[in-house]
Design a protein. Structure first.
Length: 141
């Protein structure tokens, strides 16, 4: 009985690597066939234009083109609206930035915490800037 169990155990152990290999190959094959969840378009190029080549105007153009393509039925990837909102904020368009942060929050609810923090900081900064401007105007004779 003991010999029979040892032989059976050796057979199972000797086939285990083959089974593991077949399972791994099957998983990789199925993963390679999976459709892409989001359409990223030229997003990498827009990042490169902004951060490596320091060309925010070209980056903005690429992001706008991508958002136009999303309106034709492609799924918007996470972060695109927030990225465009940040571009608008850097340019000084706080209203546009808040609108795109809200759009990001609506499209991807898991980003709500970060988007709310960004929106609140923009509103605080805008309130501080307007109070400094109004107090500076009051001090003039």
């Amino acid at each position: 009985m003991k010999k029979c169990c040892l032989v059976l155990r050796r057979q199972i152990l000797s086939t285990a690597p083959v089974i593991r290999f077949c399972l791994l190959a099957g998983v990789l094959l199925l993963a390679g066939c999976a459709p892409t969840l989001y359409y990223w378009g030229d997003y990498n190029e827009s990042l490169e234009q902004r951060y490596e080549k320091e060309n925010p105007n070209r980056a903005e153009q690429l992001l706008r083109e991508q958002m136009t393509e999303y309106n034709t039925g492609n799924k918007v990837p996470p972060g695109i609206y927030a990225d465009y909102g940040f571009l608008l904020y850097r340019r000084g368009d706080t209203g546009g930035a808040i609108a795109f942060f809200e759009k990001e929050k609506k499209t991807f609810p898991e980003s709500a915490l970060l988007m709310d923090k960004l929106i609140n900081r923009i509103k605080q900064k805008t309130a501080q800037d307007s109070s400094k401007t109004s107090s500076a105007g009051e001090n003039k004779p």
